[in-house]
Design a protein. Structure first.
Length: 303
């Protein structure tokens, strides 16, 4: 799963790559089958929608669920990011976002690196997201929206939104969104045959098993899901090992503290048995819930 020169150039220009149907229905089903039991757990790592029972985000499933532990070491998800960053990676964050039918709330406009910088003191934006659709994603069930090229702005001003949804986020204000969208192509339009021509907002859609890779500074959002169709997706937030976080302000199930490089499993790992470590299979340890505002100073290597 190495990227071509054309794909590298496209990523540099747009800040994302889309791979429709990259995982087979059988591979996707192996993951989907595990989600209901994970979502049923009454644990801190299941963040529910504001005032509802529907799960908004499940964190750290790769630490206690075998199918997702294998996904966290899948070469189709790991190797493209290694190509882009030129370095071994560790898992900064692993989440299964459940934008459930009728109940899935918005994700406000934001950059992921803005949160990782402000909350976790991640030194630079040498980290990326890789997402896989576990459901078909259409225009009706709250697809992701990207502003192409917005990653070129670097880290933009953001405010800490603690009230809009159940999950706090460092969000980008509307005026800046207008400017970024205009710069990326404005409102778009329609051609002579009535087909929509994208402007400054794009929204990758495709079948379950599709994958998106996107830059940690790419500004993105998603609307609420008013449809009767779930839109569950898995997100691996992968960080260059040398760029590991410098503060443990958040619990470890949200921002991981093990910076061991990821070693990939074989490509067929979702359909065959391979041994994987499940360190939290018997519960999240108390140490993972401990937090601190102190900055971690990396140890200097001996000359």
């Amino acid at each position: 799963m190495n990227l071509t020169a054309e794909q590298l150039a496209q990523f540099d220009r747009d800040g994302y790559l889309f791979f429709p149907g990259l995982f087979t229905p059988e591979e996707t089903q192996a993951l989907n089958d595990a989600v209901p039991e994970l979502y049923s757990r009454r644990e801190d790592y299941n963040v529910r929608e504001k005032g509802k029972d529907a799960v908004r985000t499940n964190f750290a499933a790769h630490m206690y669920s075998e199918p997702f532990a294998k996904l966290g070491r899948h070469p189709r998800m790991i190797e493209p990011v290694e190509d882009l960053l030129g370095e071994k990676l560790y898992m900064h964050q692993f989440k299964i976002n459940g934008k459930m039918a009728f109940e899935g709330d918005v994700w406000q406009w934001h950059q992921d690196y803005g949160t990782w910088l402000n909350d976790d003191l991640m030194p630079t934006e040498r980290a990326m997201n890789v997402a896989i659709f576990l459901d078909d994603v259409t225009e009706h069930n709250g697809p992701l929206m990207f502003i192409p090229g917005s990653h070129k702005k670097g880290v933009v001003d953001a405010r800490h939104d603690l009230t809009t949804t159940s999950y706090p986020l460092w969000t980008v204000d509307n005026d800046l969104i207008r400017q970024l969208v205009q710069r990326a192509g404005g409102p778009g339009g329609f051609d002579a045959d009535g087909r929509h021509v994208p402007g400054g907002i794009v929204s990758p859609k495709g079948p379950a098993g599709s994958m998106i890779l996107f830059h940690s500074c790419l500004v993105h959002a998603s609307g609420s899901n008013l449809s009767p169709f779930n839109r569950v997706s898995v997100y691996l937030s992968l960080c260059a090992v040398s760029n590991h976080i410098r503060r443990h302000k958040r619990p470890e199930y949200i921002a991981h503290r093990d910076f061991t490089p990821i070693e990939c499993l074989p490509d067929d790992c979702l359909l065959k048995d391979y041994p994987v470590d499940l360190p939290w299979k018997d519960g999240v340890p108390a140490t993972a819930l401990q937090t601190s505002m102190e900055e971690i100073v990396p140890e200097r290597k001996a000359a």
